[in-house]
Structure formats: structure tokens, C-alpha cells
Design a protein around this ligand. Structure first.
Ligand SMILES: NC(=O)c1ccc[n+]([C@@H]2O[C@H](COP(=O)([O-])OP(=O)(O)OC[C@H]3O[C@@H](n4cnc5c(N)ncnc54)[C@H](OP(=O)(O)O)[C@@H]3O)[C@@H](O)[C@H]2O)c1
Length: 354
């Protein structure tokens, strides 16, 4: 497994990091804990020994399952988790409102206040069964809490030895600047944005900024939640409890366009490298300047092994350019499907602001 230094921090991370959202089950139509544990252990065996999780993934389940899977192997792994999304505290703006696997309504709020951050870190340590978290990231900006308050608490936790490095996720460039300023001499180790062949917004500003400032960039959803593996054909159906049933890229027409581009542009590259389409999609993000590592979700040992092997795949510049050109020319319709309740909330909000 190839490694890279995470920004100016002391961490060296594998270029493929295991994403542990799906093993929490929620948002992915459930999970099989024993299969998840085998996936985590297979990932360690092939050297993809860093794991990205969050308290909100399965409302604690992802961290708990990950904790079980790494028991007795703490020294072999790096653990990345997050703070800032609470489902058990009434403070903060609503981030989303959804039913969990058992049909219980969960209202998730953005909350990166000092007391909440400390509590979340303590709970993550307990669920994972460890004494230190290698990287703690602010999951989403919390517009009601000054970034300086959140960072001051993370710095305290770092001094106490509970947190090794501090990162953020889904921050824009002005907020990245504020975060680094608040940390003073301690480097902002990383940011975690979305990035794939079909989601390239960060090329505009986040990637160049992080390259200039030497901030690590660990990108999420590089497979567009499985779509870029070519294994999501027209017939594959996702249940209501799987977020992909509502994801724009998975709509029938978009799905057909993506699969056609995979066949035309990615399949020849895959054949030339004796690789799979998914490995080509992962290798493509890793080939882009400024990307430190790709966080790839896996639900089985087989997926984990296949994804980890993508770190060894070097795409040539012409291959990388051809892939970019093929996907950017796709007329994907990514307009959000706005639910009826969201439309009503928007209307009421506009009327109240008048
Ligand atoms: N910071 C944030 O806001 C944020 C947001 C999203 C994700 N993340 C992080 O990034 C990680 C990765 O993103 P993601 O899980 O959204 O998407 P992803 O990595 O693009 O896709 C993961 C999904 O693709 C399918 N898959 C994976 N490997 C495969 C393979 N080799 N062959 C076929 N299918 C395969 C699996 O689903 P099926 O087997 O069910 O098809 C898997 O759950 C997450 O786990 C999480 O740690 C962070």
C-alpha cells in the first residue's frame, strides 16, 4: 500500500482509506455486522489500515462495529472520526430529518459547540474502545458556532492526548482559512470533501488552496456510492431505506449515461491495466494534484481488497485527461428532487422573512 503524509501533520496515511459509513447500516438499507467486520479486517490485511467513521453513521453503530473489528489491533490502524452532527441534542440547525433502520424518526442537527464536541469525542473513544483518535474532523460547518470555539476545544482535547490531529470536512476556502487561523501553530491536518469523476467542484478552489497551504485532502464518495464501479445496471433497485433511491446520479437516465461513459472511456483503461472499472475511478481521483487519499466505502471483504488495490494503479496523464473529458461532457441532470415537505418548509420560511 502506498502512503502519503497528511498535510503538515505527523500522520502518514494509506492512499486508500476505508469508509465506514455504509457499515453503520443507516442510509444504506441496513448492514450485516459480521460481513462488516470481515471487510474491516480484510482491509487491514492488505494495508488499507485507516478507517473513516462518524458518530452519526448508524447513530453509533459504525463506530461500535469498527471498534469490535479492530479489538487487539489498535497499533495496526489509524482511526478518523468526526464531530458536529448530533441526533440527541435539541440545539443547532436541522441538517436532515430521516427515519432510521427501525423506523424511528431522527432529527440530525449541526452542533459544533464546545461542550458538544467534548462529549462526542468522549463517546467516540468509548464506542471504538480506544484512548486516542488519530484524526477528528468537523463533519459539516455549524453556522451557529464560531469556528474558533470548536477549534479551541479540539486543541484542548489534543493537549489531553485524546485527539492526535485536527481536520474538517465540507468546508469552503474562507472557512478553511478561519479554521487554520484558530489553530495557530497547530496545522489543520486535512479537509474531507466530496470528489469523483462526476463531482468535481473542489477543483475550482478547495484543491488549489489545499495544495498551496499543504492541507491534506481525503476525498469521499470516489465511486459515487458504487455507481462508478459499473455494477449498478438499469435493473438494480434500491429500497426506500437506501439513500441511493433518492440520489440524482442514480436516476435512470443519469445511470444510463454514466454506464455508457464507463463502457466507452473507462473500460479500455481498465483492460490496459488489468483493473476493474471501480479501481480506475479510484485511481483517477488519486491521480489529481492535491488529493492525499481516497476514502472508499466497502461492505464486504472482497470490495475492501479490490478498492485497496487501486492505490497501486498509476494512470497516465492522457488516460486521466480522457476520463475527465468523457465524464464532463455527460449531460447529467443533477437538479435536486425537492420533497413536498421541504417545499412547504421553504415557502413558510420565505413568508416569515417578509
Ligand atoms: N464527510 C462527509 O460528509 C462524507 C459524506 C459521504 C461519505 N463520507 C465518507 O466517505 C466514505 C466513502 O463514501 P461513500 O460510502 O459515500 O461512497 P463510495 O465510497 O463512493 O461508495 C461506497 C459504496 O460503493 C459500493 N462498492 C464499494 N466498493 C465496491 C466494489 N469494489 N465493487 C462494487 N461496489 C462497490 C458499496 O455499496 P453496495 O455494495 O451497496 O453497492 C459501497 O458501500 C464513507 O464511507 C464515509 O466514510 C463522508
Amino acid at each position: 500500500m502506498r502512503h502519503a503524509r497528511l498535510g503538515r501533520s505527523d500522520l502518514r496515511v494509506p492512499r486508500v482509506v476505508f469508509g465506514a459509513w455504509a457499515i453503520g447500516g443507516w442510509g444504506w438499507g441496513g448492514a450485516d455486522d459480521e460481513a462488516s467486520i470481515r471487510a474491516v479486517q480484510a482491509s487491514i490485511e492488505v494495508g488499507a489500515n485507516a478507517f473513516d467513521t462518524a458518530p452519526v453513521y448508524g447513530f453509533g453503530r459504525s463506530e461500535e462495529v469498527l471498534g469490535r473489528a479492530i479489538r487487539g489491533r489498535r497499533a495496526d490502524v489509524l482511526l478518523f472520526t468526526k464531530v458536529g452532527l448530533r441526533w440527541d441534542d435539541a440545539r443547532g440547525d436541522v441538517a436532515f430529518d430521516a427515519l432510521d433502520d427501525r423506523g424511528v424518526r431522527r432529527v440530525v442537527r449541526r452542533n459544533a459547540r464546545a461542550d458538544s464536541v467534548r462529549l462526542e469525542v468522549e463517546r467516540s473513544l468509548a464506542r471504538l474502545g480506544v484512548e486516542t483518535l488519530d484524526l477528528v474532523q468537523v463533519h459539516w460547518p455549524d453556522p451557529r458556532t464560531p469556528v474558533a470555539e470548536t477549534m479551541a476545544t479540539l486543541l484542548d482535547l489534543r493537549r489531553e492526548g485524546k485527539v492526535r490531529e485536527i481536520g474538517v470536512s465540507n468546508f469552503d476556502v474562507p472557512l478553511l482559512r478561519v479554521a487554520q487561523e484558530a489553530l495557530g501553530a497547530v496545522p489543520l491536518a486535512s479537509t474531507q470533501p466530496k470528489y469523483s469523476l462526476v463531482a468535481r467542484d473542489i477543483e475550482r478552489d478547495v484543491l488549489p488552496h489545499c495544495a498551496r497551504e499543504d492541507i491534506g485532502v481525503i476525498v469521499y464518495s470516489p465511486l459515487e456510492q458504487g455507481l462508478l464501479t459499473g455494477r449498478v445496471g438499469a435493473a438494480r433497485a434500491f429500497g426506500e431505506a437506501d439513500g441511493r433511491s433518492r440520489r440524482a446520479t442514480f436516476r435512470a437516465r443519469n445511470r444510463a449515461l454514466v454506464n455508457a461513459a464507463l463502457e466507452l472511456a473507462a473500460a479500455p483503461v481498465a483492460r490496459a491495466h488489468a483493473a476493474t472499472l471501480g479501481q480506475v475511478a479510484i485511481a483517477w481521483v488519486l491521480a489529481q494534484r492535491g488529493v492525499t487519499a481516497a476514502i472508499v466505502g466497502a461492505r464486504t471483504a472482497e470490495q475492501a481488497r479490490e478498492n485497496a488495490a487501486a492505490a497501486e494503479l498509476d494512470l497516465s496523464a492522457p488516460e486521466s485527461d480522457a476520463l475527465r473529458a468523457a465524464f464532463e461532457s455527460l449531460p447529467l441532470d443533477l437538479t435536486r428532487a425537492v420533497s413536498f415537505s421541504a417545499r412547504i418548509r421553504g415557502l413558510v420560511g420565505r413568508l416569515l422573512r417578509r
